[in-house]
Design a binder for this molecule. Structure first.
Ligand code: TXE
Length: 485
């Protein structure tokens, strides 16, 4: 059985305690590899390696750092099939999705920040004719990057690439549920010539390895993507040490369909937003609101399109829907479907594990794409993040009402609005409390834009300049040039 190992100072090493955790393939429900059960000793070792690498890396000319990152991107691209396969086996997602979407995005993350750093510039402020101020932006030191299981390599590289592009060194803690592509990334970094210690990867439990990294006194910067409850814990650990933190947390995103929408785009777009990656994307549109006069027709078309999604072995080419990530997560999602029934919801599609899975997948964690109606906007199912292939559809009368629904949860990550009315689109975009609003689309990403959440969906923004600013420390230098009066 293959063992994942930690990556410290460019070397693959086991955990100091010599212990391992099981790694389960979600499509089969079987253990297929193991990973180090790291603790604070392993985190200490990785932090020491990152600290040792910092002086040289932070003073390496930008163009040279950029070249190494571009090489990493090229090697990720070369190994796309291998990485996509690893990601699919590890997380249960369709191989086609990993190949077409997620691994290419990991390549883009490196390429984007490799070039962005070359163009990164800073401000200067002229103070009357007395003085000139300029802002120096320097790397902050050792950065902790904690990433989740839903988009493992995509989100890990979304943090690591800007962190090291900016001249920091990093200790990453990938999710214990999906460690495999991080292992491969370490090997690629060596091949690309990334100096040892610039990126270190420690595997293990969040409550142990993750917590040790968050509270490590010499890790002054922490970037985290994951659940809101974990985000609060990280904020609590980081606050007394005055760490700089960026938290990308959960969502309960509204997908709003007006009667004037182009339904040939709104229906498939809403299906995509609902069920991509088995609904396990923080940006998924899990609350669908439809203007009353279009409601029945929309529901019919939406349910028909949902039923057409092919659920099955993630490794097979025609599969649209794979398995959810773990037994625990399967139980969580199923408990919300049960709760929806208790709350008076009607299940129009899905509602549980599918029939007729191939033999290999019989013990896997599969849940049919599930559509629920008949629930009001304030019930628990419409308030809490389910993070699985489950959506509700709720009718609304007018803009004011739907805005109240849209903003009526503690979350504020993203929203989609489907309408052909331009003024209304702008009004909604202005009124919705979320970090991103998509009009007539979903998950259309430009890596330059600020990305993050409002309210309980997070603190701070990443992406483009925002990320480079987050990973650097601004220092103002004020030079007086006026003669004494
Ligand atoms: O994520 P966790 P979980 C949501 C989704 C899901 C819920 C819980 O609703 O059902 O969160 O998922 C590490 N200190 N999202 O429990 O715990 C952990 O090891 C430091 C939304 O799987 O947030 C992993 O590497 N680190 C989401 C990472 O945090 C800790 C993506 C994320 O795991 C830690 C995933 C601690 N105390 C889940 N505890 C999104 N926003 O995309 C855990 N970790």
């Amino acid at each position: 059985m293959e063992s994942v190992r930690n990556f410290v100072s460019g070397e693959l090493v086991d955990a100091a305690g010599g212990r391992f955790l099981d790694n389960v393939e979600p499509a089969t429900g079987k253990v297929y590899s193991r990973l180090p059960d790291s603790d604070e000793r392993d985190v200490e070792r990785a932090v020491a390696a990152a600290e040792a690498a910092f002086p040289a890396w932070s003073s390496t000319p930008v163009e040279q750092r950029s070249k190494v990152l571009l090489r990493i991107a090229d090697l990720l691209e070369r190994d796309l099939d291998r990485l996509a396969h690893a990601e699919s086996v590890d997380g249960g997602k369709p191989l086609t999705r990993a190949r077409a979407g997620e691994i290419p995005r990991a390549v883009k993350n490196f390429r984007f920040f490799a070039t962005a750093i070359v163009h990164f510039s800073s401000e200067s402020h002229a103070t009357d004719r007395d003085a000139i101020n300029y802002t120096l932006r320097r790397p902050r030191g050792v950065v902790g990057c904690i990433s989740p299981w839903n988009l493992p390599l995509y989100l890990l590289t979304w943090k690591v690439a800007p962190a090291i592009a900016a001249g920091n060194t990093a200790v990453a803690k990938p999710s214990e549920l999906t460690p495999m592509t991080a292992l491969l990334l370490g090997e690629i970094c060596n091949e690309a010539g990334l100096p040892p210690g610039v990126l270190n990867i420690v595997h293990g439990l969040g409550s142990k390895a993750g917590a040790a990294l968050t509270k490590h006194p010499r890790v002054g910067t922490v970037t985290f993507t994951g659940g809101t409850v974990t985000g609060a814990e990280i904020a609590r650990a980081a606050a007394p040490l005055f760490k700089k933190i960026s938290l990308e947390l959960g969502g309960k995103n509204p997908n709003i369909v007006f009667a004037d929408a182009d339904m040939d785009r709104a229906v498939p777009g809403s299906v995509q937003a609902a069920f991509a990656n088995q609904g396990q994307i923080c940006l998924c549109g899990s609350r669908i609101f439809v203007e009353r006069r279009a409601y029945d027709a929309f529901v019919d078309r939406f349910v028909a399109a949902t039923r057409k999604l092919r659920i099955g072995d993630p490794l097979e080419d025609g599969t649209d829907q794979g398995a959810v990530v773990s037994r625990g997560h399967f139980d969580k999602v199923m408990s919300y479907i049960a709760l929806a029934r208790e709350e008076g919801g009607r299940v129009l599609a899905g509602g549980g594990p599918p029939e007729g899975l191939p033999e290999r997948c019989r013990a896997g964690f599969f849940i049919e794409p599930t559509v629920i109606t008949g629930l009001d906007a304030t019930c628990r199912v419409n308030q809490e993040e389910i993070f699985g292939p489950v959506v509700t559809v709720v009718p609304f009368e007018d803009e004011d009402e739907v805005l109240e629904y849209a903003n009526g949860t503690p979350y504020g990550l993203s929203a989609s609005v489907w309408t052909e009315n331009l003024a209304r689109a702008h009004r909604l975009a202005d009124g919705i409390e979320s970090g991103t609003v998509w009009i007539n689309c979903w998950l259309l990403r430009d890596l330059r834009v600020p990305f993050g959440g409002m309210k309980h969906s997070g603190v701070g923004r990443e992406g483009g300049e925002e990320a480079l600013r987050f990973f650097t420390e601004p220092k103002n230098v004020c030079i007086r040039y006026a003669r004494e009066p």
